[in-house]
Design a protein around this ligand. Sequence first.
Ligand SMILES: Cc1cc2nc3c(=O)[nH]c(=O)nc-3n(C[C@H](O)[C@H](O)[C@H](O)COP(=O)(O)OP(=O)(O)OC[C@H]3O[C@@H](n4cnc5c(N)ncnc54)[C@H](O)[C@@H]3O)c2cc1C
Length: 481
Amino acid sequence: MGSQEDHSVHVAIIGAGIAGITLGIGLLERNIPFRIYERAPGFREIGAGIGFSPNSERAMGSLSPAMLSAFKRVANPNGEDYFQWMFGHAGGGGGSSINPSSFDHDKLLYKLYVGKDGFQGSRRSDILEEWSKQIPPDLISFGKELESITDDSGAGDSPVEMRFRDGTIARADLVIGCDGIRSRVRQHVLSPPDSSTTTSSSNDASLPLPKSVNPHYSGKFCFRDLAPMSSAVAAIGEYKSSRRFMYNGPGAHVITYPVAGNKFLNVLVVISDPGGVEGWPAELVAQGRHTVRGLTKQEAVDAFRGWNKTVRGIVDLLPDELEKWAIFDMAEHPAETYVKGRVALAGDAAHATGPHLGAGGGLGIEDALCLAGLIQAVPGQIAQRSKGEGEGGIGSALAEEKEIKEKLVERALKIYNDVRYERTQWVVQATREAVDLFQWKDGSGQDPAEFAKEITEKFHKVWDYDLDDMVERAVKELEKA
Ligand SMILES: Cc1cc2nc3c(=O)[nH]c(=O)nc-3n(C[C@H](O)[C@H](O)[C@H](O)COP(=O)(O)OP(=O)(O)OC[C@H]3O[C@@H](n4cnc5c(N)ncnc54)[C@H](O)[C@@H]3O)c2cc1C
C-alpha cells in the first residue's frame, strides 16, 4: 500500500544544540521529514572549547559523513595522541599548607593513548557554525520557545501538538526534546501519568512533578577561558600548550587543550565547592541560573595556592573578571524514563552529566544516531503492517494506517529508551566518580597504577561502545514488535 514516502514520519526537534542539530543532520541524510524549533533568534554557542571522544566521532560519521568532515575541519590536532594527567600538587595530604616552591616540577601521573588524531577539541562556536550550514534554513524555526505539549495517543488522527511562547502551534508525528539541561520537554515526559498530558508553566509549583524534572547542583563549579596561545606559551611553554593535559590535586583540577588552529589554549578550571551540593545559592537555583558574572579571579587563585608552578601559571591566564559556572547534572535524581508516548528526550535533556569524562556532548550524538536509525525503519514497518484497502474502503484503510503509525512510533521510542538508558546513566555516575579521582577525594587518585586502571576502564567504556550494534539491535527489536 502506497510508497515509503506515504508512510513518512514527521519529526519535531526542540532545540538546536549539539543533540538537536546532529539529529537534524542525521534525519536529513535519511530523507526523513523534520523541523527544528529553537527558542534563540539564531544558532548560538559559547566560544569555549569542547572535545569529542572517539565514539562521538564514529556517531557523527554514521549520522552523516559530512558532519564528521565538518568537525574535522575545525578540530585542533592535539600535538600528541595522548591524554596526559599530571600531579598538579605534591599530594600526600599536604593541602594548601605546602610551600609552592617545594613542588614546582611537572610530574606525570598517567598518559592514555586516545587513538590516531583522537579526542580533538574545537571552539563550540566553530563546530556549530560548520554544522549549521548543513541544515537548510527552511527546516529550522528560530524564536520558538516551546511551552507545552499535548499528546493524545490513541485518539485516532491526532498528531502531537506543540504550543510555543509566541502563541503559535505546530504538529508532528513525534517530538524529540533536545532542549538541554533545563528541558521543558522533560517536564512533559516526567509528569505523572494521571496529570494532564499538557505541560504548562515550568514555574507552576502546584504541578506534582518529580525531583528528576530538574537538574541539581553537583557541588562543583568551574571557570572557562580561551587564553591567547602566545600568553599560554609564555606561561607554561610550547609543549604543554599544544597537547591535552589535566592537572590533578586536592579539591580541584585543571584541563587544557589547544583549539582554533592553535590560536587559543582552552582552559577549564574545576573546583569543589566547600558548600558541597548545597553550595550554589538557593535563589539562583530557584531561578534556574547556572552562572554568576563579574567575579574577580581571586577565588580561582586562592583555590590553587600550594599547587605547582604550571597550574598557577594556567590559573593566572584567566581574565581578571570571571564568570563562575555551576556544574549541574542529573546524577542524584535521574530521569526515570526518556520517553512518554510519542515524545522522547535526547542529549542533556535526558541525561545531563558533568564535563569530567568529556562525554556529555558525545552521548547526545549517540542518542541522535539511535533515534535516526529507528525512525528510518518506521515507514517500512508501516508498509508491511498495513493491509491495504479492504472491505471498509480507503477511509478505513487510512485510519488503520494512522493507528499503525502511532503504535510504531511509540514502540520505536520505547526501544530507544531501553537501548540508551543503561549506558547513558552509567556515564552520568562514572563522571561523578572520575571527578572524585581527579580531585583526590578521600586521598584517592594519587597512586599511578590504580589511577591508570580506573581511568583507562572508564574512558574506554565510553569510547569503545559498539554503535553499529546499538542501531542494529534497536531496529531488529522494532521489526519484532
Ligand atoms: C564546562 C563543560 C565542559 C564540557 N565539555 C565537554 C566535552 O569536552 N565533550 C563533550 O562531549 N561534552 C562536554 N560537555 C557537555 C556538553 O556541553 C553537553 O552535553 C552538550 O552541550 C549538551 O547539548 P544539548 O544539545 O543536549 O543541549 P544544549 O546545548 O543545552 O542545547 C539545547 C538547545 O535547546 C534550546 N532550548 C532550550 N529550551 C527550549 C525551549 N523551551 N524551546 C525551544 N528551544 C529550547 C536552547 O536554546 C539550546 O539551543 C561539557 C559541559 C560543560 C558544562
